[in-house]
Design a protein around this ligand. Structure first.
Ligand code: HEM
Length: 168
């Protein structure tokens, strides 16, 4: 019985990751390529849309966004976060890189679980990020579908970690 449950869980886990084709990865990479050097703008857009996210950052809690967005600390955090996304986007569409993506995103999920970040806050981040990219990069139904599939995969891994189950 236990064996069957384990098998069902493995099935559910692998079914929930739906890797991008090379063509879909190309669409996501092209869109991301248009915004990935706008690190400060991206983080500022996220904080402006969702002040509860800003409040989770010890360096920025309670501060005026307009004042901190020009600081070196803001640029540093923004660059770290955006670089992480760039790293994962660069690996999309490459089946051989799937274990590396799982390792990176499991780690992100785990350290954000330790910071007390919730699924709801991750969803807010996703909404703000998607809104920024769709407004600043070539966008259409095919790009949106590939982008959402990529984020569904990443979020499946993050949420599994928030729930205490890293993805194998
Ligand atoms: C897919 C979404 C996200 C990615 C890729 C991401 C990425 C990162 C990275 C790479 C770091 C380490 C860099 C650093 O400490 O400056 C970090 C730190 C952090 N993240 Fe995230 N993050 C995401 C979502 C969120 C959300 C939704 C929140 C809050 C609601 C959040 C809160 C934090 C906090 C509080 C830190 C630590 C900052 C510090 O120690 O001063 N992150 N994030």
């Amino acid at each position: 019985m236990k064996f069957l449950i384990v098998l069902a869980l493995i099935g559910a886990a692998s079914a929930a990751i739906n890797p991008l084709s090379e063509a879909q990865a190309g669409l996501v990479q092209a869109a991301w390529g248009k915004v990935k050097t706008s690190e400060v703008d991206i983080l500022a857009a996220v904080f402006a849309a969702y002040p509860d996210i800003q409040a989770k950052f010890p360096a920025f809690v309670g501060q005026d966004l307009a004042a901190v967005r020009g600081s070196a600390a803001f640029a540093l955090h923004a660059t770290r976060i955006v670089s992480f996304i760039s790293e994962v986007v660069a690996l999309a569409g490459n089946q051989a890189a799937l274990p590396a993506v799982k390792t990176l995103v499991n780690e992100l999920g785990q350290n954000h679980k330790n910071r007390g970040i919730t699924e709801a806050q991750f969803n807010e981040f996703r909404t703000a990020l998607t809104s920024y990219v769709s407004a600043n990069a070539p966008w259409g139904d095919n790009v949106a579908a590939a982008w959402n599939q990529a984020l569904d995969n990443v979020y499946f891994i993050i949420f599994s970690n928030l729930n205490g189950n890293p993805v194998a």
